[in-house]
Write a protein that binds this ligand. Structure first.
Ligand code: COA
Length: 132
């Protein structure tokens, strides 16, 4: 049976756990408490009510948006689930976000995003602020 898809924000603890089991950087529960409710759009996949996949859009909803937290639990990977999530994200952007918006992401893996219309920037380079 395929996981159930919902357009909802995950709970803090399950979000932090999913990032961890997927090998993404640690985000504290305190930070997630503040950050998750600010999501512009969020997709979850659940199996037996457990979070097994997700993806979010963050930003101001109209001028600047970023796609983040694309994560599928390892035992559910390679079944097309991230494609389901990214399809809903793309549909939301195409239907609900002004065409002038700047939509970006940092790709840890580059095989996911090009077929959804993302490409490497020509003039800009992504940068991260390094906290000491
Ligand atoms: C990256 C990740 C989200 C992919 O999720 P997934 O559900 O396994 O991916 P899908 O099954 O939907 O596959 C999507 C596409 O990627 C390809 N793909 C999947 N895993 C791949 C791999 N390891 N190497 C190359 N291509 C791969 C699939 O063939 C598919 O291509 P297609 O649509 O042309 O057939 C998942 O592996 C994950 O959560 N990884 C850890 C967290 C992470 O790196 N997140 C991304 C941050 S940018």
């Amino acid at each position: 049976m395929n996981p159930t898809k919902q357009h909802e924000i995950p709970k803090v603890s399950e979000y932090c756990k999913l990032r961890e089991v997927c090998g993404l950087s640690v985000i504290s529960e305190e930070a997630a408490e503040k950050g998750l409710p600010q999501s512009v759009f969020s997709v979850t996949l659940r199996q037996n009510n457990e979070l097994v996949g997700m993806g979010r859009i963050v930003g101001d909803g109209a001028c600047h948006l970023q796609i983040v937290d694309i994560a599928i639990r390892p035992d559910f990977q390679k079944r097309g689930l991230s494609t389901i999530i990214l399809s809903d994200i793309k549909e939301f952007i195409d239907k609900k976000v002004p065409p002038s918006a700047i939509v970006s992401l940092f790709a840890d893996v580059d095989y996911l995003y090009q077929k959804f219309g993302f490409d490497y920037p020509i003039r800009s380079k992504g940068m991260f602020y390094k906290r000491s």
